[in-house]
Design a binder for this molecule. Structure first.
Ligand code: AMP
Length: 182
């Protein structure tokens, strides 16, 4: 099972990707997490990414595309994976599609997590990560609308998209994830 979880920040993709990866024994790949760890460790990659992340902007495509291709080549991804927070632009989606086609392992499905903006803002403020302040949240939601939302059409056209409601308790949403994948 090779999946992409798509949706605005605060939709609960990370929580659901984590749970699903445990239930199915597949790899959970969060580009946000990889970038945050890199930024904390002060690696060259982290330093390149940090300013973009602090502003709530997207890190350049080439950087994330490379991270993901390297991560997908690791052994634990052979049993499947769920990508959480990648792709976020049409260019990233094309890079991913190209890479997976090249290795002969195309995506199984894309789950679109649907939730309205008022709900995600209050979720993010409750979560309280370093980049969860009002200005950055506003910026990240805008970036989602301007650059990521169009991926829903991209994956709808390729017939991979399944939309689910991300409103409700964690186990309710988890049940919808399972139903969509059944
Ligand atoms: P996330 O944890 O997915 O909300 O990501 C946190 C931050 O990491 C984002 O606001 C971006 O700055 C950066 N980031 C994560 N994934 C990507 C991606 N696929 N493309 C560009 N930037 C990303």
């Amino acid at each position: 099972m090779r999946l992409v979880f798509l949706g605005p920040p605060g939709a609960g993709k990370g929580t659901q990707a984590n749970l699903l990866s445990q239930r199915r024994g597949i790899a959970h790949i969060s580009t946000g997490e990889i970038l945050r760890e890199a930024a904390e460790s002060g690696s060259e990659l982290g330093n390149q990414a940090k300013d973009f992340m602090d502003r709530g902007d997207l890190v350049p495509d080439e950087l994330v595309d490379r991270i993901v291709a390297e991560r997908l080549a690791e052994a634990d991804c052979r049993s499947g994976f769920v990508l959480d927070g990648y792709p976020r632009t049409v260019a990233q989606a094309r890079a991913l599609d190209g890479y997976l086609t090249e290795i002969g392992r195309p995506l199984t499905a894309v789950l679109g997590f649907e939730v309205h903006q008022g709900e995600v803002t209050s979720r993010l403020l409750r979560r309280g990560r370093a980049d969860d302040n009002k200005n950055t949240i506003r910026r990240r939601l805008r970036v989602y609308d301007e650059q990521t939302r169009e991926l829903l059409d991209h994956y709808e056209t390729s017939g991979l998209l399944k939309r689910i409601s991300a409103v409700g308790a964690i186990d309710q949403v988890a049940a919808r994830v399972e139903a969509a994948l059944a």
